[in-house]
Design a protein around this ligand. Structure first.
Ligand code: AMP
Length: 216
């Protein structure tokens, strides 16, 4: 079983690369952000934390993750998009890797500068139905019909935390909590850094090469 962790600042392309990996390899896509946005529909505390760009407690995140990992589509392998977000989550996840007998745990670090990430975030729109991500400010990522999902035709929406003010907070949270994972996983010898200022297809090509060079 394969586990692929994507670490990146906000709007570096985790969701887009996850979708491409799902399509090519058939892995399950586990986005803790998507799961929490679902919970936020009925939970005001989580909703306001998401809107402020704050991290949700580790216990809540692990509860959701454990249940998700029990589903059948995870048996072959899965992509963790947005998890772990701090070193404590990474340590707890290392225990899960042992318990599940995961043979290959790979961490892809999508490296992008703050300005590029901000540009990507202000144009980002996504499909509430199939979760596909588009960007109405980047030519190659625009939907074919403005405001509509290419795949399922649903009306595209903008996330409430995708604005320049919340981006600043989310970026600080990333630097303080998530960026230390780069050293953590480098020391474990499982981190691969990818320059994510490139287009999505070039980035995907680099990730394919990385995965192709690792045995399951
Ligand atoms: P994302 O969709 O990955 O950008 O996540 C959106 C928001 O969900 C984040 O800004 C956090 O508030 C929350 N979130 C997502 N994943 C986690 C996690 N692993 N731990 C804590 N909070 C998370």
């Amino acid at each position: 079983m394969r586990s692929i962790i994507l670490i990146a600042p906000p709007a570096a392309g985790k969701g887009t690369q996850s979708d491409m990996l799902v399509e090519k390899y058939g892995f399950a896509h586990i986005s803790t952000g998507d799961m929490l946005r679902e919970v936020a529909k009925t939970d005001e505390v989580i909703k306001s934390k998401l809107e402020n760009g704050e991290l949700i407690s580790d216990d809540i995140v692990f509860d959701l993750l454990q249940k998700r990992l029990e589903q059948d589509d995870c048996k072959k392998g899965f992509i963790l998009d947005g998890f772990p977000r701090n070193v404590n989550q990474a340590k707890r996840y290392d225990q899960i890797v042992d318990e599940l007998g995961i043979s290959s745990n790979v961490v892809i670090y999508l490296d992008v500068d703050k300005e590029t990430a901000l540009k990507r975030i202000v144009g980002r729109v996504s499909c509430p139905n199939c979760h596909r991500v588009f960007n109405d400010m980047i030519d190659e990522a625009m939907p074919k019909v403005s405001g509509k999902c290419d795949d399922c035709g649903s009306e595209l929406i903008r996330r409430t935390d995708d604005n320049s003010e919340t981006f600043g907070k989310r970026y600080d949270v990333y630097i303080n909590n998530t960026a230390p994972l780069i050293d953590y996983y480098s020391e474990e010898g499982i981190l691969y850094k990818v320059d994510s200022r490139m287009g999505k297809d070039e980035i995907f090509g680099v990730i394919e090469n990385i995965l192709g060079g690792i045995n399951d």
